[in-house]
Design a protein around this ligand. Structure first.
Ligand code: KIV
Length: 297
């Protein structure tokens, strides 16, 4: 029996280890693979605006879209904790609206926790959501929803004053009740200071090795973006190249007639036989056992 990673389990990892391994996921197939691989937390990130929808930033993503992707991820995830991003303008307007949106992500998206960007200025909102019983992950440093204010995806907290502000932000969301904090794009020394200061796990992305965990976007760590590779990304596979190569081979075999072979083809039904199973199976156990016509007699 697989044991779900819970909020207390995440908190405990700060002191007992091992470090937390978080990855983003946006659909059921990827979520199942990452869960099978032992990821502790799956983040349905609003980065889906860029890597799934092909937009230049995360700003256009809606709560409904987040709930849709979250549902797919939560449906198949057995062990990892499913954390869902609150998209731009779902929590900035008021704490009441934020609570409604967080509730929607839990009720319709089956989220187990929500993540929202910001520090001192969102502390009251974090408190409101946590008080309602919804666990919150904070996110400080480079907060991509503020890309226009920052003038691009830029490392934050490099000077002493800027570093002090990021530290204040982390403390504010911790005091408001966040049970973990993502630290994005900041000097490693600052991330270490924050990690040593707060009593909840820090999860870094472009924040060096001293955090209590790390997070990467799944398409980045699998090498599916071949054009850009931010400095903080390590590619653990080159699936982008593998997909292009496989596609070229498929196209060539379709054109030459080499695919499909007899073993990929079905025979005619015998009199009174029921449909032959296709070999396809539903992703979630307990649903219909096979596809195809029920009775061809
Ligand atoms: O949206 C996202 O994927 C994120 C991670 C980069 C932390 O917020």
């Amino acid at each position: 029996m697989t044991t779900k990673i819970t909020v207390p389990a995440v908190r405990e990892r700060k002191h007992k280890g091992p470090k937390l391994a978080m990855l983003t996921a946006y659909d059921a197939t990827m979520a199942r693979l990452l869960d099978d691989g032992g990821a502790d937390m799956l983040l349905v990130g609003d980065s889906l605006g860029m890597v799934v929808q092909g937009q230049p930033s995360t700003l256009a993503v809606t709560v409904d879209e987040m709930a849709y992707h979250s549902r797919m991820v939560a449906r198949v995830t057995r062990r990892a904790q499913v954390v869902v991003d609150m998209p731009f303008m779902s929590f900035q307007v008021s704490s009441e609206k934020a609570l409604e949106c967080a509730g929607k992500l839990v009720k319709e998206g089956n989220a187990e926790a929500v993540k929202l960007e910001g520090g001192v200025h969102v502390a009251d909102t974090v408190r409101r959501i946590v008080t309602a019983g919804i666990p919150v992950v904070g996110h400080v440093g480079l907060t991509p929803q503020s890309i226009h204010a920052f003038g691009g995806f830029r490392v934050q907290g490099k000077g002493e004053d800027a570093a002090a502000r990021v530290l204040q932000d982390a403390k504010a969301v911790e005091q408001a009740g966040a049970y973990a904090i993502v630290l994005e794009a900041m000097p490693a020394d600052l991330a270490r200071r924050i990690t040593d200061t707060v009593d909840v796990p820090t999860i870094g992305i472009g924040a060096g090795p001293h955090c209590d965990g790390q997070v990467l976007v799944c398409y980045d760590f699998l090498g599916m973006f071949r054009d850009i590779q931010p400095k903080f990304v390590k590619r653990y596979a080159e699936l982008g190249d593998a997909i292009v190569t496989a596609t070229r081979q498929y196209v060539a075999e379709v054109q030459s007639g080499a695919f499909p072979e007899p073993r990929h083809s079905f025979g005619m039904a015998q009199p009174r036989s029921i449909g032959e199973p296709t070999g396809a199976k539903p992703l979630v156990e307990g649903a219909a056992p096979q596809y195809g016509p029920a009775d061809e007699s």
